[in-house]
Design a protein around this ligand. Structure first.
Ligand code: ZN
Length: 188
């Protein structure tokens, strides 16, 4: 009986491994290859390559992260926002937008608290955006159309400040402003 269970367990694990490897290979094949885009910065055509290994691995977590591995304009312009990703057809629109936003935040600070955005993890709370007219927008609601304009008009906002500002906008009657005085703790 024990031997039968051992063999069955081994077969199950092997089948799982084979299925996992097949999935990764299929995903890798889907993302690899060079693609022609029009660079949003220069307006000229350029050939880019998606980081196929990274895209395949992150897709197993349900958060496919699309980023470039190579571009004709690199290494001179390697610190760009990679906004050309919106022109690719390798993934759903929300995946492409997320990939661009993740890099856009990395070099910025929260508009309200000044917190510097480091590399945003796949499972972190998603930051938001804030326009100079006071409009808040969630990361996941940024449209792929006009993304370039959104990134020019909006400022980055961390998750905590987003929640605080949202509450302030929705319940202005419940928020009391007290000017902070030196020597008095800010909280408590
Ligand atoms: Zn903040």
């Amino acid at each position: 009986m024990t031997l039968v269970m051992y063999v069955a367990g081994t077969m199950l694990v092997t089948a799982g491994l084979v299925a996992g490897i097949c999935y990764l290979v299929r995903a890798y094949v889907r993302y690899r290859d060079s693609r022609l885009i029009v660079c949003p910065e220069s307006g000229e055509a350029a050939m880019v390559e998606v980081d196929a290994v990274h895209a395949a691995l992150t897709s197993t977590l349900g958060h496919t992260d699309i980023r470039l591995q190579n571009c004709w304009r690199w290494p001179l312009h390697q610190d760009c926002n990679q906004e050309c990703l919106v022109q690719l057809d390798v993934a759903a629109a929300d995946c492409l937008v997320r990939g661009i936003l993740r890099r856009w935040y990395e070099s910025k600070q929260c508009h309200f608290c000044g917190m510097r955005f480091e590399q945003i993890g796949l499972l972190d709370h998603e930051p938001a955006l804030y326009s100079r007219l006071g409009k808040l927008i969630e990361w996941r609601k940024v449209p792929i159309e006009g993304l370039h304009d959104v990134l020019k008009i909006y400022e980055p906002v961390c998750w905590n400040c987003y929640i605080a500002q949202l509450f302030r906008q929705e319940h202005p009657d419940l928020v009391v402003y007290r000017p902070w005085r030196p020597g008095i703790p800010r909280s408590g």
